[in-house]
Design a protein around this ligand. Structure first.
Ligand code: GUN
Length: 286
């Protein structure tokens, strides 16, 4: 069994990116990321803080807009409009989930698709589904890059994804399809998840339920990608996979923490760099 070490890979990618960003800055473009945080959900606050720190490490200018949970949808939309028109901001990220009185789809669709570093705008989701260059959501793209760095070819493989969120499961299914995998999508209404997972070459789990994947649910030598993040009452962070029993049966497996999580952060940084490159290209055209 080999650990898929996202922590080490992300550190290497961050170093490369830092150099690329320095080169961009020397051409007069400092990548800028605006993060919008509504309310004070502790997990969201922690993620936003991690993203801001990561930006600082690689030389991305980042600004966090903290909004009260009572903010109206129209107020939020007007903040996005200002950021859409801010020439120093290349990427806009609205941390999810949003409070229930706000229509998430309205907010995501208000972001200029060229600044949509999360890849959640339907324009970018559509482009992903037809396999043309676009912003791709950070967590699933991070998974693909982690697999690739270990020379794990998904082409022709049987891949099962458990959990069909718009943020992770659905875009991961598109990426896997684009890469030539045969993809099965399991979700809350799937009657027998094990029937799918036990035959799969690669099992990806993104549900948010401790112990969801146990050793009896995979075949010998499967690749296991754990995208869940759960905090136990003890404060310990675990994924969705029963790591102790599943790891010895797998060929490759991601740890939690230190697997997919760090890949998500570095991929967001790469997406922000990509957005800043658009700014440079546009400047060259003038
Ligand atoms: N909430 C959980 N994951 C994400 C993410 O990748 N992006 C945003 N914006 N919100 C999230």
């Amino acid at each position: 069994m080999t650990l898929l070490d996202g922590k080490s890979l992300s550190a290497v990618l961050e170093r490369d990116l830092t150099e690329q960003i320095a080169a961009l800055v020397s051409q007069g473009v400092t990548p800028g990321l605006a993060v919008i945080l509504v309310g004070n959900n502790p997990a969201s606050c922690a993620y936003v803080q991690m993203k801001a720190k990561a930006c600082k490490r690689v030389g991305i200018y980042s600004v966090t807009h903290e909004m009260p949970s009572k903010i109206t949808q129209d107020e939020l939309l007007s903040v996005i409009e200002i950021l859409n028109n801010d020439p120093n901001i290349d990427g806009i990220l609205v941390q999810l989930p949003l409070p229930a009185h706000i229509q998430t789809s309205k907010v995501l669709e208000a972001i200029n698709p060229k600044k949509d570093v999360d890849g959640f705008h339907p324009f970018n989701i559509g482009r992903l589904s037809v396999n043309v260059d676009t912003f791709v959501p950070a967590t699933p793209l991070g998974v693909m890059n982690l697999l690739q760095s270990y020379d794990i070819d998904v082409s022709g493989k049987d891949v099962v994804i458990v959990g069909m969120s718009n943020i992770v499961g659905k875009p991961l299914a598109s990426l896997m399809l684009n890469a030539g995998a045969s993809v099965s999508c399991c979700h809350i209404l799937t009657r027998d998840v094990k029937q799918y997972t036990k035959n799969a070459d690669i099992v990806c789990v993104a549900v948010g339920k401790v112990g969801l994947l146990s050793a009896d649910m995979i075949k010998e030598g499967a690749v296991v990608i754990d995208i869940g993040i759960n905090r136990l009452e003890s404060g310990v962070l675990v994924g969705d996979v029963d790591f102790e029993s599943v790891a010895p049966k797998s060929s490759f497996i991601t740890p939690v923490p230190g697997g997919v999580g760090p890949m998500t952060i570095v991929t967001l940084l790469q997406n922000t760099y990509k957005a800043a490159m658009y700014r440079l290209e546009q400047r060259m055209q003038v």
